[in-house]
Ligand binder design. Structure first.
Ligand SMILES: [Zn+2]
Length: 360
């Protein structure tokens, strides 16, 4: 005898029995389950009750098989309904527990919030560090004159950086270009503040912003990137002031054990000029892939302001001197985060931004 042998049953009960599991699964509440229970195993008019009647009325030779089948079906229905009831009651308890735990004073679950881009946050952090040393923030236009971008910075007319292969010039206004560095802000600020220099006793500012070079985009180049540039003018300013300031800033940025070193280098707008290396923040100077085993990473260019730059701004280099420095924000971010490809910072892939801590 097999419970699937339903041919002995009245046709409507056989049909109901076949769809029992499906109807059971569709019961998403205890009320619905109770109705199903009444239909299948209720005391009166249920499929089970009618089976008993059918059993009574059945011819003698069918009674044994039909009786066994009726029993099997009734037990299966009761067991199924009981299991479903247990599941629904457990779910109701869980919901009640959760509701009891819910704090109506807490804010509701919110959709994902936006946040500042990792590059912006690094730039803000750099600005904050220098602000703590009394540097204020200056900004300048991204479309600049050749005079501000090159002439005022002691970059001669035949310098390769001025070529149309390196710089975006505006077609209708060939004397205008997209600034290739944040340094023209130096020229603007020095010229603006030169008349007040005696009264102010000096100048110190940082200039963060977007700059443009005629580079094809690849893992380490982009035609647009960001720099933070800084400058200080005062009396008797020398390399020791530059070194002390940058050492403080690099320790604030990378940690108190960070060491720096300056290597002689050439930039037209400083004299002497230097490249600044920091002890590799990833391996603490022991040597790793990022610092190519040397323990040092090259981070920024700096130097004492060239007398020609001061003169161009109307400042007497016999009385005043100063230092300047500039670093690439993307380059620094890539190094700190070990990001091998610059383009990731511009693609706005949320998985990357979130990994950088830019999204909740
Ligand atoms: Zn390293």
């Amino acid at each position: 005898m097999d419970a699937s042998d339903l041919s002995l049953l009245p046709p409507d009960i056989a049909e109901a029995s076949r769809s029992f599991e499906e109807q059971l699964a569709a019961c998403n509440s205890l009320d619905a389950l109770l109705r199903l229970k009444g239909t299948f195993t209720g005391r009166e008019h249920s499929h089970a009750a009618r089976l008993m009647e059918a059993l009574k009325a059945a011819p003698k030779e069918q009674k044994k098989d039909l009786g066994a089948l009726a029993n099997q079906l009734k037990q299966a229905w009761e067991a199924g309904i009981k299991a479903r009831q247990d599941g629904l009651e457990a779910a109701r308890r869980r919901a009640a527990e959760l509701a009891a735990k819910m704090d109506p004073d807490l804010p509701p679950p919110m959709p994902m919030r936006g946040a500042l881009h990792p590059l912006q946050r690094l730039q803000d952090r750099l600005v904050d560090i220098f602000a703590s040393l009394g540097f204020h923030v200056e900004e300048g236009p991204e479309i600049e004159t050749e005079a501000h971008n090159f002439d005022g910075l002691n970059i001669p007319g035949d310098h390769p950086a001025r070529g149309s292969s390196d710089t975006f010039y505006l077609e209708q206004h060939p004397e205008l270009l997209l600034r290739t560095h944040t340094s023209p802000v130096q020229v603007r600020v020095l010229r603006r503040l030169a008349p007040e220099l005696d009264a102010r006793g000096g100048i110190r500012f940082v200039a963060p912003g977007r700059v443009y070079r005629k580079d094809d985009i690849d893992p380490t180049h982009s035609p647009m990137f960001h720099q933070v540039e800084g400058m200080l003018v005062g009396k008797g300013i020398g390399m020791h002031h530059l070194k002390g300031t940058l050492e403080y800033a690099m320790r604030a940025l990378f940690g108190p054990d960070t060491r720096i070193r300056l290597r002689p280098s050439y930039f037209p707008f400083v004299e002497p000029g230097a490249e600044l290396d920091v002890s590799c923040p990833l391996c603490a100077g022991k040597g790793c892939r990022v610092c190519k085993g040397s323990g040092w990473v090259e981070l920024l260019g700096a130097g004492l302001i060239h007398p020609n730059v001061l003169r161009y701004a109307g400042i007497d280099p016999e009385t005043w001197s100063g230092f300047a420095f500039g670093l690439g924000v993307e380059r620094t971010a890539m190094m700190v985060s070990q990001t091998p490809d610059l383009r990731l910072f511009f693609e706005n892939d949320q998985r990357f931004i979130r990994q950088m801590g830019g999204l909740d």
